[in-house]
Design a protein around this ligand. Structure first.
Ligand SMILES: [Zn+2]
Length: 132
């Protein structure tokens, strides 16, 4: 089981950024494409993110495009939230009760179809024969 939320983040001085960048040949550790450092914003990404028990060592780090990192962060946030729930359950911490969801708006009842065609005027049953 992975421990969560215990890894300390070390500072990322430029020399370390460069070392990690070069260790990966300047390739994005998320999409594998070459990073054009002069044109594309990039960052150092933890291969196993710290929130999921990854270590803050160079071997767990790689350069990544800003855009790739943002996509990964979204997934990581979900994974971290799940890992925290699992850890809490493991430690006997109960999650707060979820509020009971209302039924929402009542279903719109189907109205009977309105007649669009005008019916012909009713004729009397015992209409007198005017020609008679
Ligand atoms: Zn990338």
């Amino acid at each position: 089981m992975t421990d969560v939320g215990t890894t300390k983040r070390k500072p990322m001085p430029p020399a370390r950024r460069l070392r990690i960048f070069e260790a990966h040949g300047g390739k994005c550790c998320l999409c594998g494409e070459q990073i054009d450092g002069a044109r594309e914003p990039w960052t150092i990404e933890h291969l196993i993110c710290l929130g999921l028990g990854g270590i803050d060592e160079d071997k767990n780090c790689g350069p990544a495009h800003e855009t790739c990192r943002r996509d990964k962060d979204k997934l990581d946030v979900r994974a971290i939230a799940k890992a925290k729930r699992v850890k809490q359950r493991h430690l006997g911490i109960k999650a707060p009760k979820q509020p009971i969801r209302g039924a929402g708006f009542p279903k719109h009842e189907k109205q009977p179809k309105k007649l669009t065609k005008q019916l012909p005027p009713r004729r009397g049953l015992y209409q007198e024969d005017l020609n008679g």
